[in-house]
Design a protein around this ligand. Structure first.
Ligand SMILES: [Zn+2]
Length: 294
């Protein structure tokens, strides 16, 4: 169904509903009849709105943040309006690689800025998209990223995957979180096969270690709040940035999780975890349950 047909369809529903109201008002109690009709209006509206948002996301992920969709420049957002603060939802993540060893952290390196972090991968290792999104760039820079892929995600982030031996997606292709986008390699400015991984917000590099914990194969928290003008890039090795930015951290319970496991992983005591969530040490955790951790 195209947009015009959809609009007409909605118009007809509205007209029929209006007619129903006017007819029923003659013989029936108007107030009593109106409630379910109002409800119907709302469900039609939200469905249409939901579809519209989905269509817009598919055309241009994070369309409310980015000024354009272009396959030309890797990072060029001079015209973008950077919000004061923006919370990036990380819950739909997939680790780009199952490898866990960081070989070079984010930060200044040999008088240049290293805008990402390097994870040891082997030639041919599967590299996956970190979130749902749309592939913006598939290109080769012989003296830089080598064969690389940039994906823009619905959550506002853009991720860069460099030094690949093979790119397995095309520009403007929609990808799901975890979808294979390429194979690990050693192309471009690289000595020894590795994945150069960047996380950027409106072109501004954020230390990926503030979002992803490769050694633990997990996200650092369910959300990351980007703050304009603040260091979104801490120095090397800071995997846990717990609560320093004032963000409340949450944990989604997975099967097999225990209070001590969660407390240990989130760097808090079991007592604190219980107090924050008004539970006791005897409370049985349900998978999918959300616990507050700061
Ligand atoms: Zn690198």
């Amino acid at each position: 169904m195209n947009k015009r047909m959809k609009l007409n369809c909605i118009k007809i529903i509205v007209a029929v509903a209006a007619l129903t109201i006017s007819l029923s008002s003659f013989s029936q109690d108007l107030v009593a009849r109106q409630a379910p009709i109002d409800k119907k209006f709302k469900s039609v509206d939200s469905l249409a709105l939901h579809k519209q948002i989905q269509d817009e996301q598919a055309e241009m992920p994070a369309f409310d943040l980015y000024p354009n969709w272009s396959n030309v420049n890797a990072h060029n957002y001079a015209t973008a309006i950077v919000p004061e603060s923006y919370t990036i939802d990380l819950t739909g993540f997939c680790m780009p690689t199952t490898q866990t060893r960081i070989t070079s952290p984010f930060g200044p390196r040999r008088r240049r800025m290293h805008n990402g972090l390097d994870v040891k991968v082997y030639v041919g290792d599967t590299i996956r998209s970190a979130f749902d999104g749309k592939v913006r760039i598939v290109r080769t820079e012989r003296r830089g990223y080598g064969q690389y892929v940039i994906v823009r995600h619905d959550n506002g982030l853009e991720t860069v995957y460099g030094h690949l031996s093979k790119q397995l997606v095309k520009e403007n292709q929609l990808v799901k979180s975890g979808e294979v986008i390429g194979l690990g390699g050693n192309t471009g400015r690289s000595t020894g096969s590795h994945l150069h991984f960047e996380t950027r917000f409106l072109g501004i590099p954020i230390d990926p270690a503030l979002l992803f914990n490769f050694p633990k194969q997990d996200i650092v928290a369910d959300a990351y709040t980007f703050k304009r003008g603040q260091a979104n890039a801490k120095t090397a090795g800071t995997y846990m940035a717990v609560g320093k930015d004032g963000v409340i951290r949450y944990h989604k319970v997975k099967s097999g999780d225990t209070l001590s496991k969660i407390a240990n992983r989130r760097g808090i005591s079991i007592d604190t975890l219980c107090r924050l969530n008004r539970i006791t040490r005897k409370t049985i955790l349900r998978p999918g349950q959300i616990l507050r951790c700061s």
